[in-house]
Design a binder for this molecule. Structure first.
Ligand code: GLY
Length: 562
């Protein structure tokens, strides 16, 4: 059956429909991934099947972040089992600690951001295949079909994509082959990617082709021609990993989120737990007032201080996850918060002794959930397209701390735990998260945004729990962000104005109030079951996403969502 035919069978309802048995939901970063993943669910696929389809479609229609040349994290809850799949990129075996420093020891950011040196060994294809082997119910080839069709027949580029492409043409200039591939994309005409279609056809037959076959050869040829570091050995040795997810109690629920090498799950747990430890300070504090933003900023400072010192790849050093998420430790951290004034950066130490990414959320009709965030790092990654294979490679190497204490492109710093080492995974902030009540998913949430990801996810969760917002309001409303080392700065969405009176109040407290340097604060996608037992799905209006509720005929013997 064609995609259109399948979609005709589905009753697609805008958000706020009832959670009747047999309703599924997707909240996606674009309309193509929404349609394709909804069709998979209608056909009887589960949440992981729908996620695999969405991930490959976004690699075609959302090239600034969707990818096969990058990596990410998937958090899932399938048939009562929580799981965390780490398919983050790795540093090449030839990587060196000081590879992005010049002869005077200064960090040269362009080297880690543009061109082949910034590329980490990609994990998306291996990750999606491992997800399919463990949970997939439809055929792998079927799940890649929509991506192949969209690459071969083309899709009409969204104005937002054209805008990002134009900015990136300037950024990459003639240092990469980005313009050869994406320069011809224009408004009103289908953008076809025949080389990518061919690559996807190969991967539909054999995903290992990416790591050991013809596609691997094309990647290595691209590296060799342009001075990249990684070799056939790096690709052949690449592994994705099922890791123990992070579970943390919160208000009678359980957060199910990422463990290291993401900082996201730890940071989100710290943010929400410290927030509740200072509950009296929040009493009667309205949403997004100067006091609210200041209190969150005080919490965020502590979280970023810990992130910079303790977090990195757990395969390369001990990450004290239990200590960092221990409620007693977080209550102690909460005592440090100054409700009346800004804590100076020097006073906020790590507490223990010692643009572009994309996200989607899915709940299938049986209540299984997938929360997946993956990335090329910044928009269109390194700008390097694998010639002949038609896909972009990431610039994830910039997520390492290239030099201790010197900020990366997201303005965050790190130390030894996140220094470059061969084969190591760079620290991430990606926070795909599922909130469980009585061991069943009631919320699936995540966002892009680099270091602003976990503060975005925290605000979306608090918007629902503390301010009774529905899903759409919770993702749309203005957000703020605060991080170290910019200890006196509050950031707001680049494309939004903030209330002059709110600005004045924050400035009176001593903050400088600045737009986020790289754009809006995230693009959150949320599926949730509200207090009335209704399923809601919402895509952030900052982006070009689409959320759908989908009536799905239940399979024999299947359990309906609660
Ligand atoms: N590349 C952004 C992150 O992983 O945090």
């Amino acid at each position: 059956m064609t995609l259109t035919g399948i979609l005709l069978l589905a009753v697609l309802i805008s958000p706020l429909a009832k959670a009747v048995p047999g309703t599924a939901a997707v909240a996606m970063p674009d309309v193509h991934s929404a349609a394709a993943s909804a069709a998979v669910l209608v056909e009887g696929g589960n949440a992981v099947d729908a996620a695999i389809t969405a991930a490959f479609v976004l690699g075609v229609t959302f090239p600034e972040a969707g990818n096969i040349g990058g990596g990410g994290f998937m958090v899932s809850h399938m048939d009562g089992e929580g799981a965390f799949l780490d398919f983050r990129e790795k540093a090449p075996l030839a990587a060196e600690r000081d590879m992005f420093l010049d002869e005077d020891g200064n960090f040269v950011q362009r080297r880690s951001m543009v061109g082949p040196l910034g590329v980490g060994v990609p994990g998306t294809v291996r990750g999606m295949h491992m997800a399919h082997q463990r949970y997939g119910s439809l055929e792998w080839e079927r799940l890649l079909e929509p991506a192949i069709t969209l690459a071969a027949e083309g899709f009409e580029p969204h104005p937002q994509l054209l805008k990002y492409r134009d900015e990136s043409l300037d950024k990459f200039g003639s240092d990469t082959n980005f313009a050869d591939y994406f320069g011809p994309m224009e408004a009103g005409a289908p953008f076809k990617q025949p080389e990518l279609a061919e690559t996807l056809r190969r991967l539909a037959k054999d995903p290992d082709d990416f790591y050991r076959g013809r596609v691997a050869g094309q990647i290595i040829a691209q590296m060799n021609q342009t001075g990249g570091l990684f070799t056939a050995q790096d690709l052949a040795a690449y592994t994705a990993v099922w890791r123990e997810p992070l579970y943390a109690p919160w208000r009678g629920h359980v957060l199910l989120s990422t463990a290291p090498p993401s900082s996201g799950g730890i940071a989100l747990t710290q943010l929400l737990t410290i927030r509740d430890a200072i509950n009296p300070l929040f009493r009667n504090v309205p949403h997004n007032t100067a006091r609210y933003i200041h209190l969150l900023a005080e919490i965020e400072k502590r979280v970023f201080a810990d992130r910079g010192d303790y977090l990195g790849d757990p395969d390369f050093g001990h990450v004290p996850v239990a200590e960092l998420t221990d409620p007693a430790y977080l209550r102690r951290r909460a005592m440090e918060i100054n409700a009346e004034a800004i804590s100076a950066a020097e006073s906020v130490k790590p507490g223990l002794e010692s643009t572009d990414t994309t996200h989607f959320s899915i709940m299938d009709a049986e209540g299984n959930a997938v929360s997946l965030t993956y990335t090329l790092n910044w928009e269109f990654g390194s700008g390097v397209v694998v010639s002949g294979a038609g896909f972009l490679l990431n610039n994830e190497m910039d997520d390492f701390a290239a030099k201790a204490g010197v900020p990366n492109a997201f303005g965050v710093v790190g130390g030894n735990m996140n220094a470059i080492e061969p084969g190591k995974r760079m620290l991430s902030s990606m926070t795909p998260t599922i909130l469980l009540r009585d061991d069943r998913p009631i919320m699936v949430v995540g966002s892009p945004g680099g270091s602003t990801i976990f503060t975005t996810v925290m605000q979306v969760i608090l918007n629902v729990f503390d301010f009774d917002m529905n899903a759409q309001e919770a993702v749309n409303v203005t957000r703020f962000h605060h991080q170290l080392p910019a200890s006196m700065e509050i950031r707001y969405d680049l494309h939004r104005e903030i209330d002059p009176e709110l600005r004045r109040r924050l400035e009176t407290l001593g903050y400088s109030v600045v737009p986020n340097s790289w754009g809006d604060l995230g693009d959150a996608h949320l599926v949730m079951i509200n207090d009335r037992g209704e399923l809601e799905a919402a895509s952030d209006t900052r982006g070009r996403g689409q959320a759908l509720l989908i009536e799905v005929p239940l399979r024999a013997g299947a359990k309906a969502a609660p």
